[in-house]
Every structure is written in C-alpha cells, then in structure tokens.
Design a protein around this ligand. Sequence first.
Ligand code: SAM
Length: 262
Amino acid sequence: MVDEAANILPGSFPMVGGDGDYSYAKNSSFQRMIIDAAKEMISESIFDKLDLKSLGFEDTCGTFKLADLGCSVGPNTFIAVQNIIEAVQTKYRADHQDYHQDSSSGLEFQVFFNDRHGNDFNTLFQTLPPSRKYFAFGVPGSFHGRLFPKSSLHFVHSSSSLNWLSKIPKEILDSRSPAWNKGSIICSGLVKGVSEAYSGHSAQFKNDTEAFLNARAHELVPGGLIVFVLFSLPNGVPMIDSNGGKLYGFLGSCLIDIATKV
Ligand SMILES: C[S@@+](CC[C@H](N)C(=O)[O-])C[C@H]1O[C@@H](n2cnc3c(N)ncnc32)[C@H](O)[C@@H]1O
C-alpha cells in the first residue's frame, strides 16, 4: 500500500514551471550536461546488466516499464527517457537478432514521470515530444515513499534529484548547534558542523536514501535496474570552490547586503 506518511511532506519547493525565461525548462542546461555525461554509462549498464529474456521479454511482445523520479519539467526528463529507451531497444535487438530484422517493433514502453505534487505536470504533459514512442503517465508524490505497485517496474532512473533531502537536517535549525549556518545560504563546505549535517554520512541523508531504496526494492521486478545520477565533489573540495558554490556564495552575500539595509 502507498505509504501516505512518507508522501505527505511539509514543504514542496517545485522548480519554476511553465516555459518562460525563468522556468526550469529554460534554465536547466547544467542538469542536461549531467544527463549527457551519464548517457554512455547507462547504455553500457543496460547492455551488460539488463537480462531482458529473464525479465520475460522473450518473444516480440511485452511492455517495458520505466520511471523517471524527480523529473521536473522537460526537456531533460524527455532526453533521459529517450536515451534509456534507445539503449533497451539496442539490447533487445542484439538479444533477438536470430529471428527478426526489426525485433524491437513488438516491444512497447510505458513511462512514468514522477515528481512531487507541486510540480508543473500541466507543462510536462503539454510538452511531451510529439514523436515519442511510449505511453506517458504522471505520478505525483515523494520518491521517499512507495509510488508504484509491487514488482511493477523494469527500470528506475533519477538524475539531479536524490540530493534533495526530505527536510532540513534538524541540527541546521538549532541556533546553539555547531551546524547553525549563520551568514550563509549554502553548505559552503567551510563550517564542519554544516558539512556533516548535509554529508552522505549524516542521519538525514542516510534515512532518506534508505527510504528511497526500500520503496524501490518493492517496486522493481527482480532483475530490474535502478540508476541514479548525482552531482558531487571530490573529497576535500569545498562547495564554495565549485562554480555552483561561487555563484550561490555571491547570491548569498547580495541577500545579506539587502537584509542589513532593511
Ligand atoms: C534539479 S531537478 C532535476 C530534474 C530533472 N531530473 C533533470 O535532470 O533536469 C530536481 C527535482 O527533484 C524533485 N524532487 C525533490 N525531492 C523529491 C521527492 N522527494 N520526490 C519526488 N521528486 C522530488 C524536485 O521537485 C525537482 O523537480
């Protein structure tokens, strides 16, 4: 059953919807680069690890079901999904080349686009690629809880989304804690307590990742694949030294200047 407690979260902060100048759709080229960078690795994993025959795709019929979790609004999600479909078709053709010229023609695809309830699903649906060769569905809700029936997905993808925690780590909200992030709007990497509260070793990250993986463990068919792609920094490089960190550091100092003038 759907775990409503995990799905009803206190604040949802969706990306800017629509297709205007400030929309996510027009301001997500960095995330697009991440999808492009992962394309080859994902195709190789599908080729090497996805055993379509044991998943039941032995003849030319069957529906391959995949989900993109934290999809936001296109075009990135459409590009990611298309990359996966093409890789699965290539794999299918390679497995079935003995008995068909165009053996992918019988394989159908069902794609589930998931994001939190506040996501602009209207724009997502309106901008679905007209030439798509899949059946599209929207699935609102948090990926920290169950979203799909048991054993119903063959492939789960998520890019630039799992770094979103379900809530602000509690230490950050305590003004007496060493993790109190006074004077900064980001985890700059310069204050140890703050870095620890957000790091992959923190209780918050562990809880969220565990909840995510537990839910997917129920939803994936045995032998299915899950791929999640995250932006990260090499050990020892503080966020403030990255391009994104510099940008947000600059933005933060502007906000503090404005706040001190009010
Ligand atoms: C930076 S966007 C990435 C969008 C897209 N995957 C891409 O690569 O361009 C992160 C998305 O994750 C979504 N998200 C964050 N937490 C989520 C959750 N718990 N469940 C579902 N979606 C979530 C946000 O609403 C946002 O749309």
